[in-house]
Design a protein. Structure first.
Length: 118
């Protein structure tokens, strides 16, 4: 996800898709090189000084929140950032579950949706 940090909030503005050619209906593997390529392309295309990587998103085929692997992955990534990262999981019933990770520690998170009028 691309966005910025504002006060103590993570503002997620864009969700970038990172394709996995080997994905199935129940598995997806993050390849860091594909993720970095997608991030670099999106940042170049959107060309906004505030935008940067703020976390990961994906969908789950079943009604379940983030897996332990999801949580460990975002915790590990958060160690490389001075601000917290967001993990957003969309379940098959159109609900969302979110966590934030800061310096390797997971925290509960409240989602506030704000429409930009589009």
């Amino acid at each position: 996800m691309l966005g910025w940090w504002e006060d103590d909030a993570i503002v997620a503005r864009y969700a970038i898709e990172v394709p996995d050619p080997d994905a199935t209906t129940s598995s997806w593997t993050r390849a860091d090189h594909r993720a970095q390529d997608a991030l670099d392309r999106a940042l170049a295309d959107l060309d906004h000084p505030w935008l940067g990587y703020v976390g990961d998103w994906h969908t789950h085929p079943a009604r379940c929140g983030p897996s332990s692997q999801d949580e460990q992955s975002i915790c590990n990534a958060s160690r490389g950032y001075s601000q917290p990262l967001l993990l957003l999981v969309r379940c098959n019933d159109d609900t969302f579950e979110a966590r934030s990770a800061d310096q390797g520690h997971l925290h509960p998170l409240t989602i506030h949706h704000q429409s930009d009028g589009r």
